[in-house]
Design a protein around this ligand. Sequence first.
Ligand code: FAD
Ligand code: FES
Length: 362
Amino acid sequence: MDARDGTVLSARSMVGRALRWMSYPREPEDFLAPFWPVAEPRELRAKVIDVRPEATGCATLVLSVGRRWRGHRAGQWVALSVELDGARRTRCFSISSPASDGAGTIELTIKARPDGAVTPTLISRAMIDKVVTLSPAQGDFVLPSPIPRRLLFVSGGSGITPIMSMLRTLDRDRALGGSTQVTVVHFARALDEVLFLDDLRALPGVSLHIETERALGRAPSLSEESLAALLPEFESYECFTCGPEPLVAAVERAFAARGQSARVHVERFTRASTVATEDTAGSVTFARSGVTARADRPLLLVAEQSGLNPPSGCGIGICGTCLCKKLSGTTRDLRTGALSSEGDTDIALCSTVAVGDVSIDL
Ligand SMILES: Cc1cc2nc3c(=O)[nH]c(=O)nc-3n(C[C@H](O)[C@H](O)[C@H](O)COP(=O)(O)OP(=O)(O)OC[C@H]3O[C@@H](n4cnc5c(N)ncnc54)[C@H](O)[C@@H]3O)c2cc1C
Ligand code: FES
């Protein structure tokens, strides 16, 4: 590509952006469709209409979603893409507002990572009026239907967001305060870091337990005994848990000890790409970039540590943003443990490790 191509491309993308901005909440393709029926919208766009401060370091993004939004079930998440410094960044967030059927507004409540490339910007008021793109709502961490008579929610930190969507949905649908027994156990560092504190306290008929590190003088922990002390017969409750990995694992252990593992429903925010792996000895060659590196971690992390910047989102193999072609070699999928030895296969870099030497089209 010569310099002139570059100028044409950036002029095109500026015109595209201007058309999208002018046509919001419709898509430019909507206006073209009667004359050019093949024009299909590619993405679902949403406009940030408010950024509402929440607990310390957190804010809720209120997004206006157009008629293409197909709605969400309480507990689901979206992959949100935003253009920052000329690069498109994708990150996943649970929806904290109640379940929806279609166009209207949805809310994402975001805790900024101090070293994060995206979240500190997302929670700033500079985002107001910006247009972002969204995936459809995804995930099976959702309220069952019919609603169980006993519900236990256990969360830590920002892990309360999908649970808040469930509680708000139950409240809106007048399912709280009646025959459904609802207990919420939430862990945080300090009370001023508890998200939705006033909303949680105002929920009718909900038994709320909040434990903070500051009040206890040590990191809160959960065990079969401590859970039983809060809620005898906890194992008879349908349990939804989301938070740091040790908390989620402790809830799973407590239910397993009572032979009720199937009652636990888990959502994980943790990125696989942050975890080092042991079973791999070899190297990865990123063929188009001409970079070869030791492959001792998930390939997304190896690529990032090698100075490459492949697009990524969830970091746990669910959003598809980091899909890349494997040209040759054997890889292991961290989610399923399955080995893949075929060339020309799409792999999710964030949740794949090399087994031996591999070559990737990046
Ligand atoms: C399904 C799903 C739903 C989520 N819902 C929410 C939500 O409702 N609210 C919310 O605040 N967050 C949520 N998250 C987590 C959120 O996506 C990450 O915090 C966010 O991607 C961080 O982006 P960043 O660009 O600021 O950080 P990055 O620049 O991408 O990362 C900064 C540093 O933090 C580490 N890091 C980033 N994310 C994680 C993580 N999840 N676990 C461990 N280490 C990490 C990176 O490895 C890096 O060292 C969700 C994640 C998933 C997968
Ligand atoms: S970043 Fe989402 S699948 Fe890899």
